[in-house]
Design a protein around this ligand. Structure first.
Ligand SMILES: Nc1ncnc2c1ncn2[C@@H]1O[C@H](COP(=O)(O)OP(=O)(O)OP(=O)(O)O)[C@@H](O)[C@H]1O
Ligand SMILES: [Mg+2]
Length: 354
């Protein structure tokens, strides 16, 4: 897919933006607080159905506005598919190709989007939730049935947790276990397969960006060697005490190691950024081997985050990938980043060509 057109209305500081991105590389420069990250956030919303900065909608509405719209046209084959996400007081609504999207996950198929931003180190530093989301984005794109298992699992988990909270008897609470086991085992198996095929790409990119051995392994979220059914039974007393289900793929952990040591305990902040970028680029590399679609990669001010040698290494790696690139920068100087097909400057939320 290629984003051919982008219109943003009343989104953060952007009142009205109309951009025709380059199919390969669009460069966006601007001073602090000019709206660069907001523009990337709008593209991300179109490809993910959520922001990378907030889980809430209200900070996104331009101050005073009650509605925001991000509209795009994504080229799929020889067709331009219209995509739209609208935020209003009733929530978020997505339209794809002239119809309402059944779920926001549909957007991810229409416009696969990744971001490397100044917060990227959180992928390594923070708890397992971000790493699970990272993993699931990848699995989603290579395993057809994954979304269905994921949605069914979440539904059953919500019901089971509600029963636990209401202190329902075991016979009622565990009614959901069959669904949990069926979908939970499938989610976990799909994640394992994905980690296996992602690992060689991670090693390769990690070696080039960090000069070290980067490895990945998955902990399923329940005791090794035990099926999920047995793990749920074993956890019953603890679940009842805590009022929530303590085993299952919602507790999975993707372990990231550098030279055999858990990454977050060992590497510097700068290395965490490179490592997280290596994971994301490895994922995009794998994406390229599994799918004919070109993903969108958003790089938010990489020059401010990395020294010139590592920035060069990152950009060399990015250039090997089949993707549509958007890069922001404080500076107009673009040399270290490559040759953009389109350059724009953003000034107080407005685009100016230069
Ligand atoms: N809901 C909103 N309505 C209006 N303005 C907003 C809203 N949310 C954020 N802003 C403002 O938008 C401006 C641009 O923010 P943004 O993060 O996009 O800037 P930036 O160009 O990425 O800056 P930096 O270089 O510092 O990262 C900021 O001044 C911010 O306060
Ligand atoms: Mg910014």
């Amino acid at each position: 897919m290629t984003l051919r057109r982008l219109q943003v209305t009343d989104f953060r500081c952007l009142q009205r933006i109309d951009l025709v991105p380059d199919p390969d590389f669009t460069f966006i420069c601007g001073a602090n607080a000019s709206g660069k990250t907001s523009l990337l956030e709008a593209i991300y919303l179109l490809g993910r159905g959520r922001s990378f900065r907030t889980r809430r909608l209200d900070p996104i509405f331009r101050r005073g506005a009650e509605r925001f719209v991000v509209f795009g046209e994504a080229k799929a084959g020889d067709r331009d598919v219209p995509l739209g996400v609208e935020g209003s007081t009733t929530g978020l609504r997505a339209r794809i190709d002239g119809r309402n999207a059944a779920s926001l996950a549909e957007l991810a198929l229409a416009l696969p989007t990744q971001i490397i931003d100044p917060e990227v180190h959180k992928l390594i530093e923070e708890g397992p939730g971000r790493r699970r989301r990272f993993l699931d984005w990848g699995v989603f794109h290579v395993e057809q049935g994954f979304v269905n298992h994921w949605q069914k699992y979440q539904q059953a988990l919500r019901q089971r947790n509600a029963a636990l909270k209401a202190r329902q008897p075991q016979a009622i609470t565990t009614v959901w276990d069959t669904e949990l086991v069926r979908h939970g085992e499938s989610i976990s198996a799909a994640r394992s397969r994905y980690v296996e095929i992602l690992l060689p790409h991670t090693r390769e990119v990690g070696r080039r960006l960090l000069g070290r051995d980067v490895s990945l392994s998955l902990r399923s979220g329940w005791q090794k060697g035990l099926g999920l059914e047995a793990a749920l039974q074993q956890s019953w007393n603890a679940d009842r005490e805590r009022g929530s289900t303590l085993v299952g793929p919602q507790r999975a952990e993707l372990l990231v190691q550098v030279d055999g040591v858990t990454a977050k305990d060992e590497v510097s902040r700068g290395q965490q950024k490179l490592l997280a970028a290596a994971l994301l680029l490895a994922q995009l590399k794998l994406f390229g081997t599994e799918s004919a679609a070109r993903p969108v990669l958003l790089l938010d001010d990489p020059a401010a985050e990395l020294d010139s040698r590592h920035l060069g290494l990152l950009m060399d790696e990015v250039r090997t990938l089949p993707l549509q690139l958007f890069v922001t920068s404080l500076s107009e100087k673009v040399d270290a980043l490559g040759t953009p097909g389109t350059r724009v400057r953003i000034d107080s939320g407005n685009l100016v060509s230069f």
